[in-house]
Design a protein around this ligand. Sequence first.
Ligand SMILES: *[C@@H]1O[C@H](CO)[C@@H](O)[C@H](O)[C@H]1NC(C)=O
Ligand SMILES: *[C@@H]1O[C@H](CO)[C@@H](O)[C@H](O)[C@H]1NC(C)=O
Length: 112
Amino acid sequence: MRFQYVILMLVGMSAFMVVRNQAILGGWIPIKNINDPHVTSIANYAVTEYDKRSGSKLKLEKVISGETKIVDGIIFCLNISATTISASNKYNVVVLEKLSQRNLTSFVPLHA
Ligand SMILES: *[C@@H]1O[C@H](CO)[C@@H](O)[C@H](O)[C@H]1NC(C)=O
Ligand SMILES: *[C@@H]1O[C@H](CO)[C@@H](O)[C@H](O)[C@H]1NC(C)=O
């Protein structure tokens, strides 16, 4: 009797974990630690890649906020500020990271 109870509990727990994983897979999760070196690294990649593609000379100032979404990899959607020689502007950038390969999929100015 007691053994059956334990098995039931295990089944219940794994069902719970599946539901939880689906929730994580489905949606955007706010990034809690915006100063995480990995997040900074993604933002720097976005700016560097944008500069390379457009011939701009933007430099990352800081990451303002961000969200991640687990797909076939991780999508980072970040609001950042970046500086040119004369000004500081805000941008929304989207980077897909998959097996440590990164791909900038969007880099657009944010209109406050
Ligand atoms: C970026 O900023 C815009 C405008 O303030 C906001 O609506 C959006 O939720 C922000 N996105 C992220 C990923 O923080
Ligand atoms: C990067 O994304 C673009 C479109 O978003 C896609 O065409 C391209 O194949 C991707 N490159 C890599 C290396 O995943």
